[in-house]
Design a protein around this ligand. Sequence first.
Ligand SMILES: [Zn+2]
Length: 137
Amino acid sequence: MNQKPFNDTSYEQSLNEEKIMGSKCKKCGALALPPRPICVSCFGSEMEWVQFKGTGKLAAFTSIVVAPPYMAKEGFGRNNPYVVGVVELAEGVKTVARIVGFDAKKPELIKVGTPLKAEFIEKGEGPERRYSLVFKA
Ligand SMILES: [Zn+2]
């Protein structure tokens, strides 16, 4: 069987196809997103691909004012914070992603438990063009 490796490169390729692909342990059924070659639960190494629907709810979040360079280029920073959160997907796995659709300057209005939906955001141009996954309230 010719399977893609369970790593970040394969994960990013799936995002470019607007799919959210994670790994599922064949032994214990534990899910991982992004995919991992070794099960975080039983350390098994027999994995299979699963596609996630991209719906979930906000489990935790933080408003970030110190932006990494690629985010700073988009204008994020001290005066324009952004939100990163832990999303609990409908399939039961948690993943960390940027959250959009909230006012990051008013984190007090952001509610844990808010339903979220995955969106693919296009970044860069030409051969640099790729998609990243965000969750929208
Ligand atoms: Zn396992």
